[in-house]
Every structure is written in structure tokens, then in C-alpha cells.
Design a binder for this molecule. Structure first.
Ligand SMILES: NC(=O)C1=CN([C@@H]2O[C@H](COP(=O)(O)OP(=O)(O)OC[C@H]3O[C@@H](n4cnc5c(N)ncnc54)[C@H](OP(=O)(O)O)[C@@H]3O)[C@@H](O)[C@H]2O)C=CC1
Ligand SMILES: O=C(O)/C=C\C(=O)CC(=O)O
Length: 357
């Protein structure tokens, strides 16, 4: 794709050291030492305790302890508890192994203490590549950007995602695709991030069907993790729009599951924005090997047997009006102006599980 004459942009690269490949967890000691860490606190969810213990065993005396209480959306109480534990143990580094919830906990610690984070992601959410943090207090999730929370080192080892259940692998992969799709029409888009976005979409559109065919296939897992890395980088570098706003509203106000909500909303958000972002849609469609971005994402999700409706995620139908109102609060950039009637229709289609209009 050639650069149009009127194109001007600012590009700031943010540095994270990435170690990628099957078995790359073997480099953990080297990477911990490169960060100068002598007392690392290992973070995980209760469900990933065994993986955290494996990490602790690998780094041996460099491990100060394990904190296994990460939960989705980082409740402030959990963040405070983890910060206290990190202080008491004299931790000089946080090693986060798991999905976006565990990365988020590491970020909440780093936000106050500036501890370096070494991230070992096992889902495709992409938080490890972003300076975005989120903390939930009194039922309200606040997000922000701060360079201190960007992990310094990321170990992408596809072997560690082998146990990620197939359904979650699919929806988590589409969560990643959403970052790239919105990155292509971001107000601060730039050619480098657009290249990564298109390649990330292509990698996941190829990798996810391979995973569904053979869920333990390491090549397919590598392909998806590679795509997730690129899509997460896009999320970390350019602004998101309507799709992410709707998902945060649905997740934050109605407690809908994160990756599944992204999966249901993405085709509809793309259909809404399509008339105002033709070049982005063309690039998304090309990456998916289809003619139409919105229909292509919907067809992919259907083929992967992912959820297609808000109804099946438990969204109460009578809340769609209020949800539309919340999504219209606080102006944010979007290629197509936000129109109440059209947004309400978008949510109705998504609730019913219809193909995008
Ligand atoms: N700040 C940012 O840039 C971003 C933040 N996020 C945030 O991250 C959260 C969502 O992240 P997401 O990764 O989807 O969700 P989680 O981190 O909550 O993980 C989802 C599920 O995956 C399971 N899981 C994770 N790894 C494995 C594994 N290796 N094997 C088996 N099961 C596994 C977990 O099981 P178990 O509970 O048993 O561990 C959990 O049930 C949200 O709060 C979202 O807002 C998401 C993207 C970007
Ligand atoms: O809510 C957060 O913690 C920050 C960003 C995201 O969750 C991105 C997303 O919606 O996937």
C-alpha cells in the first residue's frame, strides 16, 4: 500500500524486549538477570498456580514469593493487597504469568512502585504490549496510560497456551483482532502500526481455524500468539474507538465476559464504521481473505463456533437503551459520528445475534 501525499503522522516506538518461540520459558533466568532482579514476585490467578510454581522453581532463589489472587478487571482491594505483599517481601520485579487479568495486577503494582514487569502471557488479550492499566473501584473500572506499567520483557512461549481451552482461545483471538481492526481507523494511526495490524489480523485469521481443527497444534498456537503480539502492540500505540467503548460499557456495567463480548460486538462495530473508514475496511477484509470486513469477521466467528449474540452472554434486553446512553457519554474519536438510533440498532442486532447490517 503506497503512502498518500497528505499523510502525516507521529510515531513513537515503545521498547519491550520480546523473546518468542516454543520452549522460550527456558530463558527466564537469563531474562530475570538482565532486569537485575534478585527478588521477583510471581503473579497468577488461583487457577494458574501450578504454572506460577513452575516459574518460581525455574528462578529458584531469585523468587521472593507467589501472589495467586489475580482476578478480572483488577479490583482495587486486590491491587492494594498485592502492593502490600510486594513491599513486605522487598520485591524488585513482578513476573506475571497468565492472561490480561494477571498482567493487569502486575500493572497495578508497577503504577505505584515502578517495579519492572516481566510478562509471560498465556492468552491473546495483548495487555503485555500496552502501557494501559485498568483498576476497578466501587464497581467502576478506570483505565489510563502510563509508561511505568509497560512490561520491560515479554516471553511468548506458545507451549504455555496449549492448555487454554479452545472456546477461550477463539474468543481471546478475536479480542486481539479487535485491537488491530480499530487500530486501522484510529485517529492517530500510522503506517507502521497499520502494517502490524494487517499482519496480526492475517496471522489470527489463519491460526484460529487451525487451532479449532487441532487445538494442541504447536504451529497453530505459535501463529495465534504471533498475531496476538502484533495486535497487542497496535492497542498499545494508537487510540481505540466505538468497538472498545461498547465492550467496556458491556463488561464494566453488565459484567459480561471480556473476550466473548469483543467477539460478539466486533462485526457490528465494523459495519457501523464501514462507510466512514473504507480503506481500513479494505485492509481488514484483505487480511481475512474476504470481500467485506464486517461480514468476514462474523463469518469467521460463526465458523469457529464462537458466541454470536449478547443474549447468550446474559445481557438483559431491557438494558439496551441504557447501554446506548452510557456508550454515548464522554466524547471519543470514531470515524463515523455516534448516532443514537444507529447505535441502538447495532446493539439490537448484536443482542439478537443477527449478521451485521
Ligand atoms: N490493559 C490492557 O492493555 C488490556 C487489558 N485487558 C484486560 O484483561 C482482562 C481480560 O484478559 P483475558 O486474558 O481475556 O482474561 P483472563 O486473564 O481473566 O483469563 C481468562 C481465562 O483464561 C484462563 N487461562 C489463562 N491462561 C490459561 C492457560 N494457560 N491454561 C488454561 N487456562 C488459562 C484463566 O483461567 P484461570 O482463571 O483458571 O486462571 C481465565 O479463566 C480484562 O480485565 C481486560 O480488561 C485486556 C486486553 C488489554
Ligand atoms: O480495560 C482495560 O483494562 C484496558 C484495555 C482493554 O481491556 C482492552 C480491551 O478491551 O481488550
Amino acid at each position: 500500500m503506497s503512502l498518500p501525499a497528505h499523510n502525516s503522522f507521529t510515531y513513537t516506538s515503545s521498547a519491550a524486549r520480546v523473546i518468542f518461540g516454543a520452549g522460550s520459558l527456558q530463558h527466564l533466568v537469563r531474562e530475570t538477570d538482565l532486569l537485575g532482579a534478585r527478588r521477583a514476585l510471581v503473579l497468577c490467578t488461583p487457577g494458574q498456580r501450578a504454572e506460577a510454581e513452575r516459574v518460581a522453581a525455574l528462578i529458584g532463589e531469585r523468587c521472593a514469593g507467589i501472589f495467586d489472587q489475580a482476578v478480572m478487571h483488577v479490583p482495587i482491594e486486590t491491587a492494594r493487597h498485592a502492593r502490600e505483599v510486594a513491599r513486605e517481601l522487598g520485591a524488585d520485579c513482578a513476573i506475571a504469568i497468565g492472561g490480561g487479568s494477571t498482567m493487569g495486577l502486575g500493572k497495578a503494582i508497577a503504577l505505584e512502585s515502578e517495579l519492572p514487569i516481566l510478562a509471560i502471557p498465556t492468552t491473546y488479550a495483548g495487555s503485555e504490549m500496552t502501557p494501559i492499566y485498568g483498576i476497578t473501584e466501587a464497581g467502576l473500572k478506570k483505565t489510563g496510560r502510563d509508561a511505568r506499567v509497560l512490561p520491560r520483557t515479554v516471553i511468548y512461549d506458545p507451549e504455555l497456551s496449549a492448555g487454554l481451552p479452545l472456546k477461550l482461545s477463539v474468543t481471546s483471538g478475536i479480542n486481539a483482532m479487535a485491537h488491530a481492526a480499530e487500530g486501522l481507523y484510529a485517529p492517530d494511526a500510522n503506517p507502521i502500526m497499520s502494517l502490524l495490524a494487517e499482519e496480526g489480523l492475517r496471522a489470527l485469521a489463519e491460526g484460529l481455524p487451525q487451532l479449532v481443527a487441532r487445538s494442541a497444534d504447536l504451529a497453530a498456537r505459535s501463529q495465534c500468539l504471533y498475531g496476538a503480539w502484533l495486535c497487542g502492540t497496535v492497542l498499545g500505540n494508537v487510540g481505540m474507538s466505538l468497538h472498545h467503548k461498547l465492550c467496556h460499557t458491556l463488561g464494566g456495567s453488565y459484567n459480561l465476559p471480556h473476550a466473548e463480548t469483543h467477539t460478539v460486538i466486533l462485526p457490528h462495530a465494523l459495519a457501523y464504521n464501514a462507510p466512514a473508514a473504507p480503506e481500513a475496511m479494505q485492509r481488514i477484509a484483505r487480511a481475512l481473505g474476504t470481500d467485506d470486513a464486517a461480514q468476514g469477521v462474523h463469518a469467521l466467528a460463526a465458523r469457529l463456533q464462537a458466541p454470536l449474540s449478547l443474549r447468550e452472554l446474559g445481557m438483559p434486553h431491557e438494558e439496551l437503551d441504557r447501554c446506548t446512553d452510557i456508550a454515548l457519554q464522554n466524547a471519543y474519536a470514531n470515524p463515523r459520528p455516534l448516532e443514537r438510533t444507529a447505535l441502538r440498532a447495532l446493539l439490537e442486532n448484536a443482542w439478537q445475534g443477527r449478521a451485521p447490517e
